[in-house]
Structure formats: structure tokens, C-alpha cells
Design a protein around this ligand. Structure first.
Ligand code: AMP
Ligand code: MG
Length: 538
């Protein structure tokens, strides 16, 4: 079958050379821009495309569909840019042996076009003069980008946020921004590491007279004479140098004396400075404060560490169908799971977002976006990110002065993704489907949080091994496959989880990783080396 695809910014001529076929039927279709959009009169529609990929996808789509609907030749021309009312945005010509086959292929192609091909209506241009209609967006057109490109972009548009000093009690999960050094030797004095009896190293006697008792916290320097010992508790400061502590299990106490039953070369002392010397760096810039690290800071008296402030986050979940999870949905409604997902995801960084739930109403969403004035660092909008009639996210962000950098990704799940920026505020328009939400949060929003935090970033993707076959199908798009991972004999082993649609939720119950499946990978057998991103803050 002969297939010709063309994306053009030029007018599609009235007369087209139909696809060549010596016999049989030809059907031609022209999609002409109508003078109305969403009930409003318009002058033109602006189409945008990620051209190389759109051409590839259309080619792939026709090849796939013609397996069931055999045809001889197909020709598609899609116009992008501003297409005035009355002019064609698309021309499709199909040649087949029989008329019915040509119609069937045309209908199937037009049905799948919107869903599968990265071409979308960027905006409708109203009846106002062109200058007025076009001004609100000082926009670079956000193109379709791969996951890798989006990650790179996020790294570029986010800068580490300002710092603040906070108490250790609130510092878990924060990133330190100045290196922390030991102010004095650690430990600061020789300490007994056991409960026992301190004797002189050079004293080989087997019986000693107990002359004192030292408990943890005591400070009683003294010189021991041959034949003398002091009882000392774990953590107690030794009374002088050149001593050894014989464990209490190795002596027999008889009144005020001890008989040493066993004695070896173990001194049972934690010596001054053996853990860290004064001035030694204990934590470097960019380290995330784990509970262990906080304990370390407390031990050296660093009680107000300098850390990155938390980003201020506004999350707006949109949709007429969503309602709070504690309510029972009526037919057609669903529980809002994304708000809980987003809150828990951000909670891993200690961030508590300001959250709203609003109907699919441009006015309401608009006022939420506008309320995200200068104070908000991160604006998350759930739902409405795709190109459906009621998907306002992109337009509203543009109207509010955001520059849209990304409006679609080539990865799945999570194709309709918007990344936009206004000054220091970064907005993500996340697709409403929960699995897509999960993927976009864990890939892109995570990258933003890590960059803002100023933390030493680990690589976005690590390498592991599949514990089971991964049946990816022959998908033309890069896929992030939910999986659960665990460390086994030093290897990250990934078990792919079952999912079919980005609306599926069950995989979320155990997903803690996303396996990166390259476009067209088909089947990856158990044991394959794969890249994966962790879907948990570590
Ligand atoms: P949208 O991105 O708004 O087109 O939504 C895509 C799909 O995700 C639809 O099936 C929505 O019902 C669903 N969805 C949208 N928002 C939520 C949410 N907050 N919780 C669960 N599902 C949602
Ligand atoms: Mg919606």
C-alpha cells in the first residue's frame, strides 16, 4: 500500500491529486474550519503539531488500520498554524478496490487521529482584531517532548530556592545548604565502651582494689596506682590515659576487690577523636536530612541547620465528576483520588499543599490560577490537560501570563502534560487519569522538587533487572511501566504490574518504580536489563 503524509503550514489547495490507484474506488475528505467554537463565533483555529512524530504516527496508524481494512493508497495533508474559517485543516484521500473499504479506512483513521496523533488545536481566534486575540500569551509554542527532554527542561527552569535556618525537630527531609563540620573531636574524651573495671595497661596483677566508681556523666581525672582499679559504666569518661577496661563479665567481685578471670588485648575504650576530628566535614551541601543525619547534627550541637525552604504549592483538582473520597459517588461520578495522591506524594518532602477541588468551569479554574500570585512556587492542576472541548488548562495558563514550554509528551501514560512558567512559578497541568498522574508526579514534579531543594541529584534512571516478563505490546511510544522493585543479592529486581489504561488504579497499590520501556520494545523477557525510576522518595 502506498502512503503519503504531509504536514504543512500552507493552504491546502481545493484540487488535490487523489492517491494513485488504477482501478476501484476513491474517497476524499476535507475537514474545513467552521465559524464557531464552543458556541462562540471565531475567525480561525490555530493548530500545532510535533511534525516528525505526527507524520510517523499517521503513517503508522494507516498501516495498522489497513491490515483490517485493505486499501491500495492513502494520502493525508494536515495543515498547521492559523487556519481561517472556511479553509481546510485536513485532506484525506483513500483508494481501494471497493468503496466500502475506502470509507471504512477513512472513518477509522479520522476516529483515531485526535487520540493518537500529536496535532492539536492550540486556540480559537475570535472575532476581535487579531492583535487583541493573540496578545495574552507571550508564548513559545509548547511542543511535544520526550520524557528525557521534559526532565532536562525542568532542571533548567527551576533554581534552588532560598535558604532558612530551622530547628532539628522540623528538619527531616530538608536539604542542607552549608556543610556541617565537627566542632570538637568525636568523642570529645576517652569513654568506656563496656561496663567494667579500668586498670593500668602496664599492671599485670590479677587482683585489684576498687578505689572509685565512675558513672556516665562523671568527670573525675585521677592517677591509678599499681593494684588499683575504678569501676566504670559504659560511656563513662576514663580518669586518665594508658588504661584498659576489663569487662565486668571477666572479673569476680569480692567485697572491695576484684579477681580478674580473663584479660586480653581489647582496651574497650572509644578514644577521643576516633569517630571524627575537630573540623572534619560531617555532612556536605545538598545532603537530604534523614533521621540518622539529624541525630548526627544533634550530636555536634548543630541545632539550627541551614536548609532550603519548602516550595509553596497550590494544587487544583478539576472535574465535574470528582467528589471528595469520603462521599459516595452517584452514577457518572468518581471519587477524587488525585488530591490524596498529590498530598501524600508531596508529604514525602514535608510539603503540605494548599488544595482546591473545582468544577470544569473556566471562570473558577481561572480564579484559582490567578490566585497563585507571586507566593506560589508550584502550581499543580489535575485534569483538563488534554485537548478536549472542556480542557481549559493550557488556555487559562496562557491567559494568566504563563509561558507554556511543554503541552504534550511522547511518553505514556501521561501524554497530555503541560509544563508552564510565569516568573518563578512553575505550573504542571497533569492528566486526570490516576496512573498518568502517578507517572508525571514521580518523573517531572519530582525533578522540580529535587532541583528546587538543591539536593545532590541522583540520576533520573537507575538500572535493574526484570523479575518477570514485561509484555509491553508493540507500542510506538516510550512507556513508563508501573512496577514494584526490591533489592535482591545486590541487584534491583523489578516486577512489572498489570495495567491496561492510564485510568487503572490497582497497580498503584504496590508500585514503587517505573520501568522505562523504549518505544516499540514489544516483549522484554525476564532477566532483561532495564532502566527504572524510583517512585518513592529515598
Ligand atoms: P481529564 O484529564 O480531566 O480529561 O481526565 C481524564 C480522566 O481522569 C477522566 O476519566 C477523569 O474522570 C479522571 N480524573 C480526573 N480527575 C480525577 C481525580 N481527581 N481523581 C481521579 N480521577 C480523575
Ligand atoms: Mg476533566
Amino acid at each position: 500500500m502506498e502512503i503519503k503524509i504531509q504536514i504543512t503550514t500552507q493552504r491546502i489547495a481545493e484540487q488535490q491529486q487523489p492517491p494513485a490507484a488504477s482501478l476501484g474506488a476513491r474517497v476524499e475528505f476535507r475537514g474545513v474550519v467552521r465559524g464557531e467554537e464552543d458556541g462562540q463565533p471565531i475567525r480561525a483555529l490555530e493548530y500545532e503539531a510535533y511534525s516528525p512524530m505526527a507524520e510517523r504516527e499517521m503513517h503508522r496508524l494507516i498501516t495498522e488500520l489497513s491490515a483490517a481494512k485493505p486499501c491500495l493508497a492513502a494520502r493525508v495533508i494536515h495543515r498547521v498554524g492559523i487556519v481561517p474559517v472556511g479553509e481546510a485543516a485536513i485532506y484525506v484521500g483513500i483508494a481501494a478496490k471497493h468503496r466500502a473499504e475506502a470509507f471504512a479506512l477513512l472513518a477509522a483513521f479520522m476516529n483515531r487521529l485526535k487520540q493518537d496523533v500529536p496535532i492539536w488545536k492550540r486556540r480559537a481566534i475570535g472575532e476581535a482584531p487579531e492583535s487583541e486575540a493573540a496578545t495574552p500569551c507571550a508564548v513559545q509554542s509548547g511542543a511535544v517532548q520526550s520524557a528525557g527532554e521534559v526532565l532536562k527542561l525542568v532542571g533548567e527552569i527551576c533554581r534552588p530556592l532560598e535558604t532558612e535556618r530551622i530547628s532539628l525537630a522540623c528538619a527531616a527531609g530538608r536539604v542542607v545548604r552549608e556543610s556541617v563540620c565537627a566542632r570538637e573531636d568525636q568523642p570529645a574524651f576517652d569513654r568506656s565502651s563496656v561496663d567494667g573495671y579500668a586498670v593500668r595497661l602496664d599492671d599485670t596483677a590479677t587482683e585489684f582494689h576498687i578505689v572509685d566508681e565512675l558513672r556516665a556523666g562523671d568527670w573525675k581525672p585521677r592517677r591509678l596506682q599499681p593494684g588499683e582499679t575504678v569501676r566504670i559504666a559504659t560511656g563513662g569518661a576514663l580518669p586518665r590515659e594508658k588504661l584498659q577496661v576489663v569487662m565486668k563479665e571477666d572479673v569476680r567481685v569480692e567485697g572491695g576487690t576484684i579477681a580478674v578471670l580473663r584479660r586480653n588485648h581489647e582496651r574497650n575504650i572509644r578514644f577521643r577523636g576516633e569517630d571524627a576530628k575537630a573540623g572534619q566535614e560531617l555532612l556536605g551541601v545538598g545532603v537530604v536530612l534523614t533521621h540518622g543525619a539529624l541525630g548526627l547534627l544533634a550530636s555536634v550541637g548543630c541545632v539550627q541547620p541551614l536548609v532550603t525552604r519548602l516550595p509553596r504549592v497550590l494544587h487544583v483538582a478539576t472535574g465535574n465528576e470528582i467528589l471528595p473520597p469520603e462521599q459516595t459517588p452517584k452514577s457518572g461520578q468518581i471519587r477524587d483520588s488525585n488530591s490524596t495522591l498529590v498530598r501524600a506524594f508531596l508529604g514525602q518532602w514535608g510539603i503540605t499543599p494548599d488544595q482546591r477541588r473545582v468544577a470544569e468551569d473556566a471562570g473558577q479554574i481561572n480564579s484559582e490560577i490567578r490566585s497563585a500570585k507571586s507566593g506560589v512556587d508550584l502550581l499543580l492542576l489535575s485534569g483538563g490537560a488534554s485537548v478536549g472541548e472542556h480542557d481549559f488548562t493550557r488556555r487559562l495558563l496562557e491567559e494568566a501570563g504563563f509561558i507554556v514550554h511543554v503541552s504534550k509528551t511522547s511518553a505514556r501514560p501521561g501524554k497530555p502534560l503541560i509544563v508552564a512558567q510565569r516568573g518563578e512559578t512553575v505550573a504542571f497541568g497533569l492528566p486526570g487519569n490516576p496512573l498518568a498522574h502517578f507517572v508525571c508526579l514521580n518523573l517531572y514534579v519530582r525533578a522540580a522538587l529535587e532541583t528546587w531543594g538543591g539536593q545532590t541529584r541522583r540520576t533520573d534512571f537507575e538500572v535493574g533487572e526484570l523479575a518477570e516478563d514485561l509484555l509491553a505490546g508493540d507500542n510506538a511510544r516510550e512507556t513508563f511501566w508501573p512496577a514494584s522493585w526490591q533489592l535482591l543479592n545486590g541487584k534491583a529486581m523489578l516486577t512489572p504490574l498489570r495495567w491496561q489504561s492510564s485510568g487503572d488504579l490497582t497497580a498503584l497499590g504496590s508500585a514503587n518504580a517505573l520501568v522505562r520501556v523504549t518505544a516499540g520494545a514489544g516483549q522484554l523477557p525476564r532477566g532483561s536489563r532495564v532502566e527504572f525510576a524510583r517512585a518513592e522518595r529515598t
